[in-house]
Design a protein around this ligand. Structure first.
Ligand SMILES: Cc1cc2nc3c(=O)[nH]c(=O)nc-3n(C[C@H](O)[C@H](O)[C@H](O)COP(=O)(O)OP(=O)(O)OC[C@H]3O[C@@H](n4cnc5c(N)ncnc54)[C@H](O)[C@@H]3O)c2cc1C
Length: 410
């Protein structure tokens, strides 16, 4: 089956995101990048337009999009429009959306009522924090990771996480932590012991450390280090059951969304190059023609893979959707990096001098694609096609598929 064309409602939602992105969000991107500040006003704009509730059930006042509701493409296209204006902001929006999807699909009705009310009526921002990389990099003095102690009433979380997007501005975060020790979801030693806890970030035992965050790009995602000092989280804030996140491959629902952000950045780079060519009047240059031709084909390929992946989710072809999403993740990284490289070749050195959207996109994209290791993503796609056991969520070499089904292939 081929993906269907979007209906007028879907088109209107994406058009609304585009309008806000072009009229308001794009102008703030440079400030978020230079000052490394939380994109508060931009998220407020998106909230007032109802877009931060895109994945919230209509019964709770949301837009009711989602993989399981027959429309995830519209949400991904909204992410793309936001990323076109500001990739770092899109990361904050993505993290919030991931939390909404988990609550919408896994949380109980009382939790939904409690938390969605805050999002829909008060503009609360959410995040999902797993980041506990276990490999110590050269020069790194402290180890990252959390320890969890369970009591009859709840859990005590102690330790640190990094890459906590929206850290200084989020109201709530879903913490991916393990009762078996550090590692988060990505480096979990035991899938069964990974739990999801909704943490109210007003708790004084939670502190953010911005000194850790001095990256080359995605600066405005303010993905700081966060410390938890015996942070108590009541049992009523446990989302789903232990192990559910990895057993049900939830990460595979999020992976294609990252590619929407890559693609938004690359589309903006393409438009930057077109404007530059117009100024230079270099349309007749054969090298420019070749590079623009490749860029256009690459971008169209990315859009087609994203739409195909969405269609598979929307029509319930779940195993195919997971594989298509991971293939999309691999392909879109390669093609969008090439698109940006072509843009730089067309525009020259001055395009890499601030203020230049292309300069920022180059840094943001180069950094953000390292969210996963594309060598391992590609190996996973190979394994799936060979019928070999694999990890569809985090692509770990040597780790088998962590789903409860224990399938040999997707
Ligand atoms: C801008 C940005 C924002 C992010 N925001 C969030 C967020 O909000 N929430 C969140 O949970 N996460 C977030 N992530 C973090 C992300 O989920 C990863 O945890 C992070 O990229 C890991 O950092 P790393 O690559 O340095 O570490 P590692 O995971 O340690 O990887 C380093 C390298 O070593 C490889 N490697 C690691 N372990 C092994 C092994 N055992 N054998 C062989 N190779 C190995 C990896 O493939 C990689 O190439 C964000 C990432 C970025 C870039």
């Amino acid at each position: 089956m081929r993906p269907q064309s979007p209906n007028s409602y879907q088109q209107a939602l994406v058009a609304k995101a585009r309008e806000i992105a072009q009229a308001r969000l794009a102008a703030r991107a440079d400030h978020h990048d230079r000052e490394m500040v939380f994109p508060k006003e931009s998220l407020q704009d998106l909230s007032e337009a109802g877009l931060t509730a895109s994945l919230v059930d209509k019964a709770f006042g949301g837009l009711g999009l989602g993989h399981h509701r027959g429309d995830i493409l519209t949400h991904w296209l909204i992410v793309k429009e936001i990323a076109k204006a500001d990739m770092a902001l899109a990361r904050c929006f993505e993290g919030h959306a991931n939390a909404m999807l988990l609550i919408d699909c896994i949380a109980d009705d009382a939790q939904k009522a409690r938390w969605f009310e805050g999002v829909v009526n008060h503009g609360h921002n959410w995040a999902v924090w797993s980041g506990e990389p276990q490999v110590v990099k050269p020069g790194q003095k402290q180890r990252f990771g959390t320890y969890v102690k369970e009591t009859t009433d709840g859990y005590y979380v102690d330790g640190s996480k990094v890459f906590c997007s929206s850290a200084p501005g989020a109201d709530w975060a879903i913490l991916m932590v393990s009762t078996k020790g550090p590692g988060g979801a990505r480096h979990a030693t035991s899938a069964q012991d990974l739990i999801m806890l909704a943490c109210d970030l007003r708790d004084p035992s939670v502190t953010v450390d911005d000194s850790w965050w001095d990256p080359m790009g995605m600066k405005g995602s303010v993905s700081y280090l966060v410390r938890f000092e015996e942070t108590f989280i009541p049992k009523e804030n446990l989302i789903g059951t232990p192990g559910q996140y990895l057993h049900e491959d939830w990460q595979t629902r999020f992976t294609p969304q990252y590619t929407a952000t890559f693609l938004g950045g690359a589309e903006a780079a393409y438009e930057y190059a077109l404007a530059y060519i117009q100024k230079q009047q270099s349309q007749q240059d054969p090298y420019v023609q070749h590079r623009i031709g490749k860029m256009a084909i690459h971008l169209e390929t990315c859009r087609m893979w994203l739409a195909r992946t969405a269609h598979l989710w929307e029509t319930g072809e779940i195993q195919e959707a997971k594989l298509a999403g991971n293939s999309t993740r691999y392909l879109v990284e390669q093609l969008t990096m090439e698109v940006v490289n072509h843009a730089i070749h067309i525009c020259g050195a001055r395009s890499l001098i601030r203020p230049s959207a292309l300069e920022r996109i180059y840094r943001d994209l180069s950094f953000y694609v390292r969210h996963d290791n594309d060598d391992q993503v590609l190996a996973m796609v190979g394994k799936a096609n060979l019928g070999v056991a694999h990890d569809a969520s985090f692509f770990h070499a040597g780790k088998e598929d962590r789903s409860a089904r224990g399938r040999a292939s997707l």
